[in-house]
Design a protein around this ligand. Structure first.
Ligand code: GCB
Length: 602
């Protein structure tokens, strides 16, 4: 599936804006009343945005089940004779699409795109009714998993193990687009950097109808629009002897231009599609991570797609602001914790040389993590009644969709297949082994990692050796040794040395941080104060600098973010070094000094 684009041949119509909205009349989406009716404009919501916080209504915010989005759109008159598609960049967590009265497609998985050809259902110039049903339910069959509980008062409540609010709806763009009848339907491409100077592109094209080789034309353009390599055929290789590499902080992008030309292979272009690519090499060797043959040290954050009012709605202003703040602090990388982010986020990283660890939505595969949710003794994580084969199939689908979607981005240097699973429980290895194998088959080039939690000590963990890099989320000095950084320092160093000794892999600290209330100040080690956050980070940095296998540090979190209500959270998780509206806490200056070497004004 190709991401839609507008060019001389293809047209793209954004359906972002205000849509009519209602809670679905029934949980049974087959009931025609939920999608055949015209919805009034009494309630309206923006797209892209999570709907939860926008309407200031708890009944809507905490609704568990289906909601309906609807709008009318006129198919452009000039699209006669073309193929017409509807594409959703995401519907969280399940979407069903209807054009007028006809069901078109459905998709499960809240953070990856899907589309459908609707040419047979619409005519150019015609006004059509688009209805999208979106379901936010999480079960043992979904990634992330969850469980719905029916309360005493009959209300349905969504429970889940992960620590961020279950924002839902159409948080990314919706598009109509046209392609010619005879079109490029897929472009698989890899770009390798050999010996730091030769660029090699392997490509494989698919078209909507079988075509002779001579009808495909491929060229590679540099940033000055100069064609540096060309080929004919649907499958092949381009070699560029002396390329400008893509490097962290020094991005350079080439454009792969793919064309279908007319039958006589003359200048007539029937379809065209362009993709940005970059040449860089990645390697894990010993306990180091190399980009373009140089050891790379990750500095940056675990992030969230989260902002006030719009929830997980993609927002270009917040995105660019976050990137600028990270650059100012000397952060060279981040992890898309805990799900695939909007594709625009990766485009920006490609363009600006930011390094990305790209994570699946497999978070919360650990039933012991949230003591109390199910009451009493926790059930085992991996069992036929909890995380089971169906969960694993959903996880596999998420891996397939993530890797297919993001494989061509030079900014993505590693896949993170899961966050904090029950890696020390029975069944963990059986669950993960085939998933890691699948990911390696889909992308034999990039390293794989996962982020583990405190229960998975080097002795207890059963899966770390399946991965190339071990991601470590640790909170000594916060959840344990609270307020005692001296004791925490000993524990942290001992554990990191334990990991380094066990497998010899590189270690990246994918989370470390403290909840911090902006404006709370204290002398001494007082948890929740800005000073404690600084001293905690400082202590961790001392330890990282002493352990050779540590190849990076991602503070948890870039900014405060919303969570479900819980007594350990005060209007959300406050581990950001920025507040939710991106005001700095004291820690940003400490990090800036460490990561840029420059003294920051405090
Ligand atoms: C973790 C999770 C992250 C939480 C964080 C915390 O280990 O990976 O999702 O938000 O801890 O603050 O507890």
């Amino acid at each position: 599936m190709l991401r839609p684009q507008a060019n001389a041949i293809r047209e793209l119509l954004s359906l972002d804006g205000v849509w009519n909205f209602q809670l679905a009349a029934s949980t049974d989406f087959e009931s025609e009343t939920t999608w055949k009716n015209v919805i009034s404009s009494k309630l309206q919501v923006p797209v892209p945005a999570s709907y939860n916080d926008v309407l200031a209504d708890d009944g809507i915010k905490d609704h568990v089940g289906w909601v309906t989005y609807q709008r009318f759109v006129t198919v452009p008159r000039g699209w006669a004779g073309t193929r017409i598609f509807i594409r959703l960049d995401a519907a969280t967590h399940q979407g069903r699409v209807y054009v007028n009265d006809a069901f078109v497609t459905e998709h499960v998985g809240g953070y990856t795109p899907f589309e459908a050809n609707i040419t047979h259902l619409v005519s150019a110039g015609e006004k059509v009714r688009l209805t999208i049903l979106v379901n936010n339910e999480l079960t043992w069959d979904t990634i992330p998993p969850g469980k719905i509980e029916v309360l005493e008062n009959g209300k349905r409540k969504q429970n889940y193990q992960h620590d961020f609010f279950n924002y839902a709806g159409l948080a990314r763009s919706v598009w109509l687009y046209s392609t010619p009848e005879l079109a490029i339907s897929d472009v698989a491409v890899t770009a390798d950097l050999v010996e730091n100077k030769t660029g090699i592109v392997n490509f494989e094209l698919e078209s909507s109808q079988p075509l002779p080789e001579k009808r495909f034309r491929v060229s590679l353009l540099d940033e000055d629009e100069v064609a540096v390599a060309q080929a004919t055929g649907g499958k092949g290789q381009l070699t560029v002897q002396s390329v400008t590499p893509w490097a962290p902080g020094a991005a350079y992008l080439y454009r792969l231009r793919v064309e279908i030309v007319s039958e006589d292979a003359a200048a007539d272009i029937i379809d065209v599609y362009e993709l940005s690519i970059g040449f860089r090499s990645i390697k894990v060797k010993g306990n180091k991570f190399y980009i373009n043959e140089k050891p790379f040290y990750f500095t940056g954050f675990g992030k969230h797609e989260d902002s006030p009012v719009r929830g997980k709605g993609h927002d270009a202003a917040f995105m660019i602001h976050d990137y600028r703040l990270m650059k100012w602090m000397g952060a060279n990388s981040f992890r898309t914790s805990h799900y695939p982010y909007a594709e625009e986020v990766l485009d920006y990283a490609d363009r600006h040389g930011v390094v990305v660890i790209d994570e699946t939505a497999a978070v919360g595969l650990h039933l012991g993590i949230n003591g109390g949710i199910f009451g009493g003794k926790q059930p085992p994580t991996f069992s036929p009644d909890t995380i089971n084969e169906r969960t694993r199939e959903a996880h596999a689908q998420n891996i397939r969709e993530l890797i297919t979607r993001d494989k061509h981005h030079p900014s993505v240097v590693m896949w993170s297949l899961t966050n904090e699973p029950a890696a020390s429980e029975e069944g963990a290895r059986e669950y993960f082994e085939p998933l890691v194998a699948l990911a390696r088959q889909l992308d034999p080039h990039r390293p794989m990692c996962y982020s583990n939690m405190i229960h998975s000590s080097p002795d207890a963990d059963r899966i770390a050796d399946l991965f190339d890099v071990v991601g470590i989320n640790r909170y000594y000095g916060w959840y344990t040794q609270t307020g005692d950084l001296e004791a925490a320092e000993i524990m942290l160093e001992k554990e990191l040395r334990g990991w380094a000794a066990k497998y010899g892999q590189p270690l990246i600290i994918t989370e470390y941080g403290t909840d911090t209330v902006a404006g709370l100040h204290a002398v001494g080690d007082v948890p929740w104060s800005e000073e404690y956050q600084c001293r905690f980070l400082d202590m961790y940095h001392r330890v990282f600098d002493r352990v050779d296998s540590v190849i990076g540090e991602h503070v948890w979190n870039f900014a405060d973010f919303q969570c479900p209500p819980r007594i350990v959270r005060v209007d959300g998780n406050k581990k950001g070094v920025f507040t939710r509206d991106r005001k700095p806490k004291g820690a940003v200056h400490l990090l800036r000094t460490r990561w840029t070497g420059e003294k920051s004004q405090t």
